[in-house]
Write a protein that binds this ligand. Structure first.
Ligand code: TRP
Length: 333
């Protein structure tokens, strides 16, 4: 794509360092990141390690998780030439902007957010100040780079709406136009279910399939996948429309395979075991180039960290500029 055809402005997204990424992360986020780096003038992707501190009990895996996630991003096609890829805590300016934002944020707006209420349910023993302020820091992530577009899952919609409000409040309070209201770019995919067929795929529920798993591990996980619960016996006809394996086939298998399963499952022509074996094979074929690239990057960890440092330096140039404008707008001495 030529530069002239690109959308104006920057795309920004962030993700908490959760270590090795799974199919849900890939389909829900990474795939979109990769596509958007060619569609915008600039793309910025951030590993939000400070945000991770609001929920993690221990930081002992934080570095390793950051590294593993960066490896997956790079192997999946995020390019250091096309994108700035960096670690949130390398840019101290984000904390400054977050503090300035906190002064134009009514506390009730934060405690009313559905995402906050969910966290209260999940960790009633650890409702820290940072957790309440999570959306403020996220708004700072986005506004610091004056991003126009933010690719996220639909669950993040309240946070993006909050970001837009904070930016408006800030600009209004200080009678300025320095900050930019971003647009949400919701990922257009069906919710990726875990191998339990019941819950969203997630590492914490251990119902996930890692991109970097070996072909054998992948096959094992796939064989555990829950299929159409109504289909108790091999001789029962199945219903692909309610089967998570079929959903995955539609994403990773050829049209021919999808057609064949659609027909054969309904007339008990193919059983769940064979259907899953076919899916495991197709998935492994699909992931093979990814795994090769990942292994290559993993030969040289220093180079991966260098990508993050370099991305951080470029991002910080933008951040410093924005903070200077913000301070000027506020009227700080
Ligand atoms: N809250 C996001 C999530 O849990 C992560 C995040 C932090 C983010 N800062 C961001 C996403 C800025 C987009 C833009 O998925």
């Amino acid at each position: 794509m030529t530069a002239a055809k690109k959308h104006k402005g920057r795309v920004f997204s962030g993700a908490r360092p959760t270590g090795r990424q799974h199919l849900g992360n890939y389909l829900g986020a990474i795939k979109n990141y990769v596509a958007l780096q060619d569609l915008y003038e600039e793309a910025i992707y951030c590993i939000v390690d400070i945000h991770a501190l609001t929920t993690v009990e221990t930081t002992q895996n934080l570095k390793q998780n950051t590294y593993e996630m960066a490896l997956d991003w790079l192997a999946a096609g995020l390019s250091p030439e096309k994108s700035m890829i960096f670690v949130q805590s390398h840019i101290p300016e984000v904390v400054e902007l977050s503090t300035f934002f906190s002064m134009v944020t009514p506390l009730g707006k934060l405690t009313d957010l559905p995402t906050f209420k969910e966290k209260i349910r999940q960790q009633p023993h650890n409702i820290n100040f940072g957790l309440v302020g999570y959306p403020v820091l996220m708004a700072a992530d986005i506004a610091l780079y004056k991003a126009v577009a933010v690719p996220v899952g639909i669950d993040q919609a309240p946070h993006i709406e909050f970001t837009r409000e904070v930016v408006r409040s800030f600009n209004y309070r200080y009678q300025t136009k320095v900050l930019v209201e971003p647009q949400m770019k919701a990922t257009q995919i069906p919710k990726v279910m875990g191998i339990d067929g019941e819950n969203k795929m997630s590492k914490s529920l251990d119902n996930h399939i890692e991109l970097a798993a070996t072909p054998e591990e992948t096959q094992q996980r796939v064989m555990q996948m829950v299929t159409d619960p109504q289909r108790a016996r091999r001789s029962d006809p199945g219903n692909p429309d309610v089967c998570n394996v079929f959903t995955m086939h539609k994403i990773f298998s050829s049209d021919g395979d999808v057609q064949m399963i659609d027909t054969e499952c309904r007339q008990a022509g193919i059983g769940c075991v064979d259907c899953k074996k076919l899916f495991a094979n197709n998935l492994n074929t699909h992931l093979e180039p990814f795994r090769t690239r990942r292994a290559e990057f993993n030969q040289n960890p220093d180079q991966v960290w260098e990508v993050l440092v370099d991305g951080g330096q470029r991002a910080r140039t933008i951040a410093k500029q924005t903070i200077a404008e913000v301070k000027e707008a506020i009227g700080l001495p």
